[in-house]
Design a protein around this ligand. Structure first.
Ligand SMILES: [Zn+2]
Length: 442
């Protein structure tokens, strides 16, 4: 252990001087275009299906976007406690619920991997009342349907049925014209659009599909967000998008197998961010206000460490209406030096494959600190500057309004959303477990 520790290093807090040099004062927007907030949040919980078979489990997912207006939020902020009626102000746009076989249980005649693929396929293809399916959002995203660029395709490296029937077909190309379910020309097995997420590759028939769940949840939350953006974009007036602030719990990043969604998400952000004003084509009218907010992890710890340095800078602008707060844009070099272990001089920059935005630490005038991700113009940037982030002044002004003293450093919409959708609380999980047992035992 001593030998190992001698070879290890832990990140160290950044010194005051470094932080001061990098800090930027955030100007308040002249007119705040943002009127509504849409927060997406979700959770999952694994449930045992039968007492005498504790190894057989199903995982339940619940997720979806919530919408509320900043006006209602300001009102809510003035109240000393939140009454249940107030929760009604958070309107659920859509609640998605998914039950997925994850261990020692599978659909009739199928292995676990096939069961998982089929269940995901059916879930995403399901028609939603008054809206398109989640598959439509995935399709829109993967094939960049916002631009009508022909020839956009996705390639599966192997036939997804390889583990079941040994099919050796490689490089299967999916295009916008490929149906959600097609057949492999070699083995005849099904090919689903959801196979592009490659989640089935993490399934082990005996060990189960638990490794899939965190990646799947983040992909589903992202899709729910994309679906709302798509819906607003396809409305007659795309400039409406400017009135919305989208919030994702956690960073704007996709880890594990599903990281392949990062590229289309960067393209989408860049496309909407570079939108030309229909009234004056020479003017850029960025349409996207989106932020990922973190509540735990090494970045949050780091933010706490440099709190004093931020406070010093904040005191200079605290009384000025023309500023929202101070922000520290985080470069790859800074992150590897002070936040997470890595090589600051390395060729792979932080988040190059996983993030669809740049990170920052933002301290609002009221004293609350946020670790945030906001997409940057032109894709990934290793050392983003203030103006590289899409609509940053507007987004941070919106974020600073979300603060609610009841939840220390927790965002009110995310905290409320957590409560509304949480599957971890006793009553709801009991119901789900009983439901699962009842349904299987019958
Ligand atoms: Zn095949």
């Amino acid at each position: 252990m001593k030998d190992l520790l001698a070879q290890c290093s832990v990140p160290r807090p950044a010194d005051t001087q470094t932080v001061r040099e990098l800090l930027v004062q955030v100007p308040a927007p002249t007119v705040q275009a943002i009127k509504h907030v849409i927060a997406v949040d979700g959770s999952f919980r694994e449930a045992v299906v039968r007492d005498d078979f504790p190894s057989a489990t199903i995982t339940f997912f619940a997720f979806g976007p919530l919408i509320f207006s900043l006006k209602d939020l300001r009102q809510l902020d003035r109240e000393t406690f939140i009454a249940p009626e107030d929760l009604a102000k958070l309107k659920k746009i859509q609640r998605f619920q998914l039950a997925l076989p994850t261990r020692n249980i599978s659909r009739a005649g199928l292995g676990l991997q096939e069961s998982l693929r089929l269940t995901l396929h059916e879930f995403l293809a399901r028609d939603i009342e008054g809206a398109k399916s989640l598959y439509d959002a995935l399709h829109w995203l993967l094939f960049r349907r916002w631009t009508n660029t022909p020839g956009v395709s996705r390639t599966l490296r192997h036939c997804p049925n390889r583990d079941i029937n040994g099919c050796e077909r490689k490089e299967i190309v999916l295009t916008a014209e490929t149906p959600y379910r097609s057949e492999c020309g070699n083995c005849g097995g099904p090919i689903y659009l959801v196979d592009v997420l490659r989640l089935h590759e993490l399934v082990d028939e005996e060990q189960g599909a638990s490794p899939v769940t965190p990646y799947l949840l983040s992909a589903l939350e992202t899709l729910a967000l994309v679906q709302v953006i798509q819906t607003l974009w396809e409305l007659a007036k795309p400039t409406l998008l400017r009135e919305f602030l989208f919030i994702k719990d956690g960073p704007l990043a996709l880890f594990g197998q599903v990281f392949t969604l990062t590229d289309p998400l960067r393209d989408l952000a860049n496309f909407l961010g570079s939108y030309r004003d229909p009234a004056d084509q020479s003017k850029v009218l960025p349409l996207l206000n989106i932020v990922g907010l973190e509540k735990s992890g090494s970045f949050v710890e780091h933010a706490m460490h440099i709190e004093k340095s931020l406070d010093r800078e904040l005191s200079e602008i605290r009384t000025k209406d023309s500023f929202t707060g101070v922000v520290l844009p985080l470069s790859s070099k800074y992150i590897y030096k002070y936040v997470v272990p890595g090589d600051p001089g390395g060729t792979i920059t932080y988040g190059e494959n996983t993030y669809w935005g740049g990170k920052m630490i933002f301290k609002a005038k009221d004293g609350s600190t946020y670790v945030a991700t906001v997409p940057t113009f032109g894709g990934h940037k290793s050392a983003p500057k203030f103006e590289d982030y899409i609509n940053l002044a507007d987004v941070l002004a919106g974020v600073s309004e979300l603060r609610c003293s009841m939840y220390d450093n927790a965002l009110i919409p995310v905290a409320l959303a957590n409560r509304l959708v949480s599957l971890s609380e006793v009553p709801s999980s009991r119901i789900l477990e009983n439901f699962a047992r009842g349904a299987i035992l019958k």
